[in-house]
Design a protein around this ligand. Structure first.
Ligand SMILES: CC(C)(COP(=O)(O)OP(=O)(O)OC[C@H]1O[C@@H](n2cnc3c(N)ncnc32)[C@H](O)[C@@H]1OP(=O)(O)O)[C@@H](O)C(=O)NCCC(=O)NCCS
Length: 328
């Protein structure tokens, strides 16, 4: 079977910053509470005229530019998001059109915070199957559009951003190694946007009850995330005969610094190899893994030939971890 590798990475973060001090003026919270309980200092928020596809397109262009590739060469586009521009058409269609990726096919992938890990794995298999040679995976979320800025327990957590990676056939030993995933719908009620779908279509009542926003039971999600990040990472490494010392960096989903620290501690991985940028961006849902990978590369912690471990847990519940040998 062909191997697939990541050949480029691009990110887009909107310029407007929302600090903890700004939030202190909006809800009853403090900079100290947010820093100590979650580890966030600031997050970026998209301007009202910017939707998810706009950020996705910018991240995609950045990845294509890095690779020196014209958009017309892209054969498939996977947009991982829970905040699409519309219920339909898919954001992938909007991105395809704006990029000028003529002839490409694509779709949106809904797996919340695990979206990018699922998208990358899907891309790896499209390439390994031999039918596609250039697949663009984008994680993009405008969480600020579905966050209730009157709910202090959720509004401090999230930010907006997009990240994109290009997946192509590998010639050497670099690229995709393995993936382990799981969905557990029994956790669906703990983190969700209750209205706006076919179960509870939009009505005056759903708007009055603020049901078009993210609702979560934070402690339930917290415990599940710590356990699953640890268990999934450990099982994936074990079944590939890899030790933690073989992993150059762990790029975890950024939901809460305490989740990351607890999972890393249980795994026993040295903290210097765990990528953390939640302080600057908050939880950007499907964009955290590319944003973290960008930092890992920029900091010289992830170089050609190194093994990266991506791991995420999100609403659903969705769980996913993958191992990649970095290719550039
Ligand atoms: C949401 C989260 C930060 C809350 O932290 P926590 O330590 O679990 O806090 P609790 O929910 O137990 O709340 C403790 C107290 O802090 C309060 N609180 C919640 N948000 C607050 C805020 N922004 N500022 C100040 N106090 C706050 C609560 O009201 C509660 O007060 P009470 O004891 O008077 O009722 C944490 O549970 C979390 O990160 N969960 C996972 C969320 C997540 O990962 N979501 C996305 C998954 S991809």
């Amino acid at each position: 079977m062909l191997k697939a590798k990541i050949t480029a990475l691009g990110c887009y973060v909107p310029p407007r910053v929302l600090t903890n001090q700004d939030l202190e003026k909006m809800v009853e919270t403090t900079d100290q509470w947010i820093l100590e309980r979650v580890g966030i200092r600031e997050r970026h928020i998209a301007d009202p005229d910017m939707a998810t596809s706009d950020m996705a397109i910018r991240a995609a262009r950045c990845a294509l530019e890095q690779r020196g590739m014209d958009a017309s060469e892209v054969q498939a586009i996977i947009v991982c998001t829970v905040t699409p521009d519309h219920m339909f058409p898919s954001t992938a269609c909007l991105v395809q059109h704006a990029l000028g990726a003529r002839g490409a096919w694509g779709f949106d992938l809904v797996a919340a915070c695990s979206g990018f890990v699922y998208g990358l794995t899907t891309a790896a298999h499209l390439v390994s199957g031999g039918m596609y040679r250039k697949v663009l995976v984008i994680g993009a979320d405008t969480m600020s559009r579905i966050i209730d800025y009157q709910d202090r327990a959720t509004c401090v957590l999230f930010g907006d951003a997009a990240g994109a990676m290009l997946v192509e056939p590998a010639d050497g030993g670099e690229g995709f190694i393995d993936f382990l995933g799981e969905v557990d719908g029994s956790g669906g009620d703990f983190l969700k946007m209750p209205a706006g779908g076919s179960r509870l279509p939009a009505s005056h009542e759903t708007v009055d009850k603020r049901l078009h926003y993210v609702h979560q039971q934070g402690q339930q999600v917290f415990k599940y995330a710590v356990r699953k990040m640890y268990e999934t990472s450990r099982e994936l490494l074990e079944r590939n005969g890899l030790a933690l010392s073989d992993v150059a960096v762990m790029v975890p989903h950024q939901a809460n610094l305490r989740i990351i620290n607890a999972a890393a501690e249980r795994l026993g991985i040295d903290r210097s190899r765990v990528i953390v940028n939640i302080d600057r961006f908050g939880n950007t849902t499907a964009a955290t893994i590319p944003l973290g990978t960008r930092d890992a590369v920029a900091q010289g912690k992830l170089r050609k030939g190194d093994v990266a471990l991506f791991v995420a847990v999100g609403a659903g519940y969705t769980v996913g971890a993958s191992l990649w040998r970095w290719a550039y």
